[in-house]
Write a protein that binds this ligand. Structure first.
Ligand code: PLP
Length: 385
């Protein structure tokens, strides 16, 4: 079955209600039918609200079905999904080897919180390939990837990294939010844990915070489940329901977002102000070959360079636009723009872009209107200089 068909069927209730979506069950207490079953519930029957009721169960099964793994954990945010992945596999004394383009708040966790529990972090180039083998000394327990990175859009060579890590017995984790687990199947490539912010494309309507982690192997799935349960990670039923609903239109929305983003990137590439465009689905992206090998489609989140622009120029540009909102997150119905420079952090490498870097998250609007909006932004910067 193709994903487009699968998305219309996954997460349906197993029992014969006739409904095509799960029930929103709210509950902490789940009464046991007898005292004996209080401590001996049949497998699959939830015994307490924290482990998830119908909607959360439907979402777990749906994401697991889409990614092809052995267990899906749910968390109350994408950040937590990354943290759960790390805590599932890394122990005191261990080191995380992280791509230098990982999501900022995950970097903060690794810098500020993880060392308290004896976990260290080293960074490698955001576009690392098989040289990763040189960095895997004895203390590295996990490799943390984000491909493409959500600001600077570098890709890692997932196939090479998965192969080398498996040889050395190191677990690989990817933050796979950009592809929504739809256009990239990291577990099939051999990555061990796929973490995702369902907040973005899956929920899709900028009204839910949620995360998921899927494990590739049975053993890792067990460990993931034990860690999810032991740490008390939890997702609310209403949010899980909305994420299942988001899955129904995920492919359509991503296609629209991707197609519009490529039209807009084409238009930008002809502007004198614009330097390099960082869109993995364009042939001028330095790692476009990796994109073509590993992804079956694009998303609509990309960035572009503005040689000679200062942060002040970027601010004039963003403030002049009316359709593009200025805000974090992406994958929603509405287009957003941010200037990236104030939040880019690097440890192992220099951030290599010319002038300012602006990121666009393309929503469901007509691309013509978005282009007119961008024109307004450029006009405002020109008027100012
Ligand atoms: C937004 C985002 C997250 C965090 O998701 P939240 O649900 O906002 O916590 C993690 N990784 C990437 C790549 C993101 O863009």
């Amino acid at each position: 079955m193709k994903d487009a068909t699968r998305l219309t069927r996954i997460g349906r209730p197993a029992h014969e209600t006739g409904l095509v979506n799960p029930a929103i069950e709210r509950g902490s207490t789940v009464l046991a039918p007898s005292a004996g079953e209080l401590y001996d519930a049949p497998p699959g029957r939830p015994h307490y609200g924290r482990v998830g009721l119908a909607a959360q169960q439907a979402l777990r099964e749906a994401i697991q079905d889409l990614q092809g793994g052995s267990f899906c954990a749910l968390t109350s945010s994408g950040l937590q999904a990354n943290i759960l992945s790390i805590l599932t596999v890394v122990e005191a004394g261990g080191t995380v080897l992280a791509a230098d383009n990982i999501y900022g708040p995950v970097r903060s966790f690794l810098r500020n919180i993880a060392p308290r529990y004896g976990i260290q972090t080293r960074f490698v180039a955001p576009d690392i390939t098989d040289e990763i083998g040189d960095h895997l000394d004895g203390d590295v327990q996990a490799i943390l990837l984000e491909s493409p990175g959500s600001l600077t859009m570098e890709l890692q060579d997932l196939e090479a990294i998965a192969r080398i890590a498996q040889d050395k017995g190191v677990t690989t984790i990817i933050d796979d939010t950009w592809s929504a687990g739809l256009t990239l199947k990291p577990l099939e490539i051999g990555i061990d844990l796929a973490a995702q912010a369902l907040t973005k494309y899956v929920a899709g309507h900028s009204d839910v915070m949620l995360g998921a982690v899927v494990a590739r192997t049975e053993a890792l799935g067990q460990r993931l489940q034990t860690t999810e349960r032991g740490m008390g990670f939890y997702a609310a039923p209403d949010d899980a329901y909305l994420a299942v609903r988001g899955l129904r239109t995920l492919e359509l929305r991503m296609q629209r977002s991707a197609t519009s983003s490529l039209d807009i990137a084409d238009w930008l590439s002809a502007r004198a102000e614009v330097g390099a465009i960082r869109h993995p689905a364009r042939s001028d992206h330095p790692q476009h070959q990796l994109f073509k090998r590993d992804f079956t489609g694009s998303a609509g989140l990309f960035s572009f360079e503005l040689p000679g622009w200062s942060v002040a120029d970027s601010e004039i540009f963003l403030d002049a636009m009316e359709i593009f909102g200025i805000g974090y997150s992406w994958g929603g119905f509405e287009s957003l723009a941010i200037h990236c420079d104030p939040q880019i952090r690097r440890s192992a490498t220099e951030a290599r872009h010319d002038g300012a870097l602006i990121r666009l998250a393309i929503g469901m609007e007509a691309p013509e209107d978005l282009i007119m909006d961008l024109e307004k932004g450029f006009a405002a910067v020109a008027a100012h200089s």
